[in-house]
Design a protein around this ligand. Structure first.
Ligand code: F6R
Length: 246
């Protein structure tokens, strides 16, 4: 069963999750090991990334021994496209940390051979020792990563078609629905379920209904986030609005 923590607001939630990430990085460094983080994009993790940058700048938290894997990337967008998730990560996190660029991984949206690219991504995660902690947001369709319904519990990194609800939601970033790609490469539900720990963040009244379905309906492919009920170490971090229907 997933745990639920309701925070005063999204800044408080970001502080709580950043403290967990800091403790992981510090413990791994002490053991001479690398911390492997799974990261998300979108508006939800922005306060978390701001807090991680603050911890780096003001409290000396180093990311030299951190390896990251992002959940997903839009099909057809190169890393220098201002709506690509690689670009998002550079702007909102990586460029403000001391993480070596080679330690950061985002699926290659422009690769021609999706199957090979996705299989290589899975191999890279395995070779890094697996993901210690995965940060997630949640889409109004119940997607985690870009695992739109229906997504099987054992799905792996693959090419997917985006739900029209998701395309409309994300069109605010592109300025025009027509510019939003129809496809993406995403870690699968199974890839996410393999992460040793999962921290999902959801903020605002617009997420309340899907948070309720994810935690209260029987796990099924129709609401991919509902599979997280079966994860042994998953916490939903909510603000009071996202918690309002639980
Ligand atoms: C982002 C991702 C998505 C988002 C979700 C919520 O890498 O995989 O699952 O987390 O679409 O997006 P926001 O945070 O913009 O509401």
């Amino acid at each position: 069963m997933a745990h639920v923590l309701v925070h005063a607001d999204k800044v408080a939630a970001a502080k709580a999750v950043s403290a967990v990430i800091r403790d992981l990085i510090v413990a791994k460094a002490k053991a001479g090991q690398t911390a492997v983080l799974g990261l998300a994009t979108g508006s939800t993790p922005l306060p978390l990334y701001a807090e991680l940058i603050r911890l780096h700048r003001e409290e000396g938290l180093s990311f030299r021994n951190v390896v990251t894997f992002n959940l997903d990337e839009y099909e057809g967008l190169a890393g220098d496209h201002d709506q690509s998730y690689r670009y998002f990560m550079e702007q909102n996190l990586f460029r403000s940390l001391d993480i070596p660029k080679g330690n950061t991984h985002v699926p290659a949206g422009t690769a021609c051979d999706h199957a090979r690219t996705c299989a290589d991504y899975e191999t890279a995660i395995r070779n890094a020792g697996g993901i210690d902690l995965q940060v997630l947001g949640i889409g109004r369709t119940g997607h985690i990563g870009f695992n739109e319904p229906p997504s099987a519990r054992d799905s792996r990194t693959r090419h997917v078609h985006l739900d029209e609800v998701t395309r409309r939601d994300n069109s605010v970033f592109f300025g025009d629905l027509a510019r939003v790609p129809h496809g993406a490469l995403t870690m699968g539900v199974g890839t996410i379920m393999d992460c040793r720990r999962v921290e999902l963040l959801a903020f605002g009244a617009g997420k309340a209904e899907i948070v309720r379905r994810s935690l209260r309906s029987a796990p099924s492919a129709d609401c991919p986030a509902s599979w997280l009920q079966e994860h042994p170490a998953c916490t939903f971090h909510l603000d009071p609005e996202a918690n309002s229907r639980l």
